[in-house]
Every structure is written in structure tokens, then in C-alpha cells.
Design a protein around this ligand. Structure first.
Ligand SMILES: [Zn+2]
Length: 425
């Protein structure tokens, strides 16, 4: 256990916060500090073809140790941490044999990680937790994933009696600012499929995410002295208000879960003459996603019609841009790659929790770049803040899952009894 803890701590104590305002890749120079270390470590454990490109994307190979043809699979994680909370001077605390009670993260600032608020903690009674000291995030997202992949590769190298095909490893920068897959060279990676190790709770297995679009809606108005405005003034703020009220009720992020989509009004600026409203559209169903985008156009058209005479031109202009799509469309045709991960979990006594992601992952972008890429748990909880923690046992389970997936992939029919016909939504 100490080995995996030491490895994890050696990563999280290197600050790799990314920066959405930067145009470079990696977005912050400090990401090189960990990237260069990872390259050395991959070489040291005996990985081959270890490469790092000018944008800090790392790839490495564990060659096949069987003579028959086996698909090449990949495991992918990101080494940056979110700009939402500081990742500098992380001082991890180790809580062995967690007793199920409050954990004092920081005495001076009275910061407490409590199971009365974070109920998931109780799943890990008796286990070893790694937490923050209450002043930074931990960085288990996604340095737990990197720890697990590195440890699994080392284990396979040291235990050559475990048979597996060719395995590719990919570590990326800038996932937290949505760019992790942007410069990922899928062709160079050369895997038939891959898994991101970037989920949360032990057992999570995800291959469905939102379809996503952003809309910018501009409302025009006419400013007239309010004392003489009757029949003349058009207040763009009020038109924006009408627009928001025309959106379906009950379909906001705070009122939806599971497979329920939403409109999320997230920014509004304006005055009489012009107001600009920004919103995002999310839905797992492609059909409903398209309907939602159409609705935006419909509402805009209706308002435009109403003001056509008075204003003389379109008073509402809606620009809608697609952001990413549900990876399900790319994964379902090769659904066995999910079945393999599910079987691997069961074989190492992890209960698979298959659920839709209410967001996107690097894996969804990679899936659309031709590398189908479901997401597997990395084990951490409460990402992107000071309450982040990871049970060491969950990281160990993730290592076992990676090893088992490698093993199953080298077996006839990937160790699956029969092609599954499980219904998916
Ligand atoms: Zn992540």
C-alpha cells in the first residue's frame, strides 16, 4: 500500500493547475514539471516507446506478451488540475483505518470533512483515506488515474505470467479547461479503443455523456426618454426577460438529474439598447438535443414576429454552437469494450455502477476522433475543492481493474460468455 501512496503523493505535490485564459499548450508551464517526471518514471519502470511531444502529450507502450493477435488498448489520464481551486502547496494527510467520524482537515481554520454532509465517506470506514489540509484541492482528479495506470503497468511488467496484448498509455495536459483531447494524436496512439481513468467513486463506468451546445442571444432595443416613451421605447432587458420566461419550466440544472436534459441560463448583461444572454443546452438524447436547439430558434422567431413592425428588423438574434456530443453513439457499436470493463470489475469484486455522465469527458472528444473511450473510476470524491479525498483501497481496485481488462482483452472473445444484448436507453 505504501508504494501507491508514495507515488500518488509524489504527483499531487507538484502544482499543475491549468489556465483557461492561456492560449499555449500546455496552458501553464508548470505542467511540464510533472510531465517530465512522468516520462522518466515510465522509462524507469520499463515502458517502451516513451514519447513526449512539444505540447507535453505523453505516450508509452507496454508490448504484447502473447503470440496471437490481440487488439491494442489504451489507458488515458490527465495531469493538470482545475483552475477552480488552488493546487499549489498540496499537503496531503493520510487517515489510516478511517473511523467514520468527522475529519479535521485544518484546526486553525476549523475546516472539517464530515460524513454528516459528505455521506459517501461512510462507504470507506476502515479504509485509508488521503485528504487535503483544507487549504488546497487534492488533485486526485486526475493524478489518482495516473497513479493507477503507472502502477498497473509496473505490475504487468513485474508479473509477465499475466498475458496481455499491446497496451498504450496516454497522459494529457489541460483536460480541466476542456482541451485535453484537442492535440491528442489518435493515429500516433494507435489503439483500437481506450479507457479514461477519470471517474469518481469506485465502480463507476461511464459511456454516455451529454450532447452540448452553447447559445448567445442578443436582444436589441430602442432607448427613448422614459417620460415620452409610450409606444416608442423598446427595452431589451424586458425582451430578454420574456425570452427566459418562454423556456420550459422545470428544466434547469437544479431541477434535473439522470437522463433529464436542461437549459442553463448562465450569463446576462445589458441595458435598454442591447442585452446579451448566454445559456447552455444539455441532453443525452440527440433527438431531444436537436429539439432544444429548435426551441431556442422558435422562441426568438416568435418575439421577432411580434416586434417586426415596430422594430423593422430582427430584434432577437440567436447564435447556437455545438460543443460536444454523446460518446454513446461511438461506443454502442463496440459495446463489448464496456462489457470487458464491467466483467473486469466483477472479477476483482468491484460492483459496476454504470450511469450517464452529466457533462463531457476527454473520452467523448476522443471517441469522436476515432478512439472509442469509456470512462472508469479513479476513486476520488469531491473533486475541484478542499474537501477532495481518495481512499487508497479504491486506487488499488482501479489498478486491479486495469490489469484485469488487459488480461481479458488477450482471451478468446475477450473472456465474455456471449455477446450481450442488454438494452441501453
Ligand atoms: Zn478529471
Amino acid at each position: 500500500m505504501q508504494h501507491i501512496i508514495d507515488r500518488f503523493i509524489s504527483y499531487v505535490t507538484i502544482d499543475t493547475e491549468s489556465d483557461a485564459n492561456s492560449e499555449t499548450t500546455p496552458s501553464t508551464a508548470k505542467q511540464w514539471d510533472l510531465a517530465n517526471k512522468l516520462v522518466e518514471e515510465l522509462k524507469a519502470i520499463g515502458m517502451q516507446d516513451v514519447t513526449i511531444d512539444d505540447k507535453s502529450y505523453i505516450m508509452a507502450t507496454l508490448p504484447s506478451n502473447v503470440v496471437h493477435e490481440v487488439p491494442t488498448i489504451g489507458f488515458v489520464s490527465h495531469f493538470d488540475t482545475t483552475p477552480d481551486f488552488t493546487g499549489a502547496n498540496v499537503k496531503p494527510q493520510i487517515i489510516p483505518n478511517y473511523d467514520g467520524k468527522d475529519i479535521i482537515l485544518n484546526v486553525e481554520q476549523n475546516i472539517i470533512l464530515s460524513p454528516s454532509y459528505f455521506k459517501d465517506l461512510l462507504l470507506y470506514k476502515g479504509q485509508t483515506l488521503i485528504t487535503t489540509d483544507g487549504t488546497t484541492l487534492l488533485g486526485a482528479d486526475d493524478k489518482a488515474g495516473i497513479t493507477e495506470i503507472m502502477t498497473a503497468m509496473e505490475f504487468l511488467i513485474n508479473n509477465p505470467e499475466i498475458k496481455h496484448g499491446k497496451i498504450r498509455v496516454g497522459f494529457t495536459p489541460d483536460e480541466e479547461i476542456g482541451r485535453g483531447a484537442h492535440h491528442f494524436d489518435v493515429e500516433k496512439f494507435g489503439a483500437d479503443w481506450a479507457y479514461t481513468m477519470d471517474g469518481s467513486q469506485v465502480g463507476e463506468l461511464e459511456y454516455e455523456n451529454f450532447n452540448a451546445a452553447g447559445a448567445k442571444i442578443t436582444f436589441k432595443g430602442k432607448s427613448v426618454h422614459p417620460g415620452y416613451a409610450k409606444g416608442k421605447m423598446i427595452n431589451s432587458i424586458l425582451i430578454a426577460n420574456d425570452f427566459i420566461n418562454a423556456l420550459p419550466k422545470g428544466e434547469t440544472p437544479q431541477e434535473t438529474r439522470g437522463y433529464e436534459g436542461f437549459f442553463h441560463v448562465n450569463h446576462l448583461t445589458g441595458g435598454i439598447e442591447e442585452s446579451v444572454l448566454e445559456l447552455i443546452i444539455r441532453d443525452h438524447s440527440k433527438k431531444k438535443f436537436e429539439k432544444r436547439k429548435e426551441l431556442i430558434e422558435k422562441i426568438a422567431n416568435k418575439i421577432n414576429k411580434k416586434f417586426a413592425k415596430q422594430f423593422g428588423e430582427d430584434i432577437v438574434v440567436a447564435e447556437i454552437n455545438d460543443q460536444y456530443y454523446n460518446m454513446k453513439e461511438k461506443v454502442v457499436p463496440v459495446k463489448y469494450i464496456v462489457d470487458i470493463a464491467e466483467k473486469a470489475m466483477k472479477e476483482v469484486n468491484v460492483k459496476p455502477l454504470i450511469k450517464p455522465i452529466r457533462g463531457g469527458t476527454d473520452g467523448c472528444q476522443l471517441s469522436y476522433k476515432g478512439l472509442p473511450c469509456p470512462n472508469i473510476f479513479a476513486g476520488g470524491h469531491n473533486f475541484h475543492g478542499k474537501y477532495e479525498y481518495v481512499p487508497v483501497e479504491s486506487m488499488q481496485k482501479a489498478v486491479e481493474v486495469i490489469v484485469k481488462i488487459a488480461e481479458l482483452t488477450s482471451m478468446p472473445n475477450f473472456g465474455l460468455e456471449q455477446p450481450k444484448t442488454k438494452k441501453t436507453k
